[in-house]
Ligand binder design. Structure first.
Ligand code: SF4
Length: 342
């Protein structure tokens, strides 16, 4: 069991375990007087929303977006509640391919006890080079889980000591996830919620996450719309992702961490460097620095290797070169970004 296996809290009113293990005691400076972190700020925002009843109302609003589905950037209007399937091919019921503490995410998410990942099937993007295509693309993969089961999974991750619940490709299951979050919070869930997505998000769906999501973790994939369409089947990807990033930044701001470096709120952008400059790194970094903040945290990822159907899409048929990664990191620095991860 990761991180010493804390027992789950059984009611929202119980003592809240903090990420740095000091309970509700405010973190203080060396002189013992000045608070370094506002403890209330570290509380997941969904707790207040649940208390006011707003979280339940968001479930209904999100469900309406699924009637003729416009939950993601595809806006393909599939009648999901009547059994129709859209581009993502997701049905009405959530399917989870796996869940558990994960130690391969960025350090502020992993901390000492891991990030509590839940991997959903039927990703709304169909990237030809996807490294997880076997678990993320198959609409019949994984296991069907209802609201109570999904809530129980969230609580089990907290019980195992995870620092957060990390929803991986959650967009197409937003209403069901919100319902499960409401149920889990009623049973004592109180760790931050991470929204780990491909960036192809619908603005109206993101608005429903205002005050719900604590940490946004979007991939930002391409600066060129033609590349986004060819490699991920996503029309206007750059326009959609930029609009989504503005909204995410507006909601949660720059990433904040506690004194042990564990994130509790904010935006952390991921960008995978692709061979042949296909990702358009320099342009995306300029946008992030100029229109969000030069303090935005970004992970310029260097692990690209050909997977899935990448061999049919040169230059994706080769690993990314070290020089290409260095050039991408330099582009981020030149754009003025100051918080590069790894
Ligand atoms: S979530 Fe799925 S069904 Fe809904 S708009 Fe996106 S691709 Fe279409």
């Amino acid at each position: 069991m990761a991180g010493g296996g804390k027992e789950p809290a059984t009611s929202a009113g119980e003592r809240r375990p903090s990420a740095d293990g000091d309970g509700n005691k405010p973190a203080t400076g060396d002189d013992g007087r000045k608070p370094l972190i506002d403890v209330d700020e570290r509380k997941p925002s969904y707790l207040a929303l649940r208390s006011s009843g707003e979280l339940a109302s968001r479930v209904e609003k999100a469900r309406r977006l699924m009637e003729e589905c416009v939950l993601c950037g595809h806006a393909c209007r599939a009648r999901r509640l009547e059994g129709e399937r859209g581009v993502c091919r997701a049905g009405e019921t959530v399917r989870v391919s796996s869940y558990g503490p994960h130690f391969g995410e960025e350090r502020p998410l992993v901390g000492r006890r891991g990030s509590g990942t839940i991997f959903f099937t039927s990703c709304n993007l169909r990237c030809v080079f996807c490294q997880n295509w076997d678990i993320s693309h198959d609409p019949e993969g994984g296991q069907e889980v209802g609201t109570e089961k999904l809530a129980a999974i969230m609580l089990s991750l907290q019980a195992r000591g995870c620092h957060n619940v990390n929803l991986v490709t959650p967009t197409h299951y937003l209403p069901q996830i919100l319902a499960a979050l409401d149920a889990a919070a009623a049973q004592g869930l109180e760790i931050p919620l991470v929204y780990n997505c491909g960036g192809y998000e619908a603005l109206q769906a993101l608005k429903l996450l205002d005050g719900v999501v604590d940490i946004y973790l979007p991939d930002v994939k391409y600066a060129d719309p033609e590349v986004g369409l060819r490699l991920s089947g996503a029309r206007d990807y750059p326009k959609v992702v930029k609009r989504a990033l503005r909204e995410m930044h507006r909601q949660v701001g720059v990433l904040k961490t506690d004194r042990e470096g564990v994130a509790y709120r904010g935006l952390l952008v991921r960008h995978l460097v692709l061979p042949g400059g296909l990702a358009g790194t320099a342009e995306l970094c300029r946008f992030i620095a100029e229109e969000l903040s030069p303090e935005t945290h970004i992970n310029i990822m260097d692990q690209y290797r050909p997977c899935h159907r990448a061999h049919d899409y040169p230059p994706l048929d080769r690993p990314v070169r070290r020089a290409e990664v260095e050039e991408a990191k330099e582009a981020a620095r030149l754009a003025g970004l100051r918080n590069l991860h790894r």
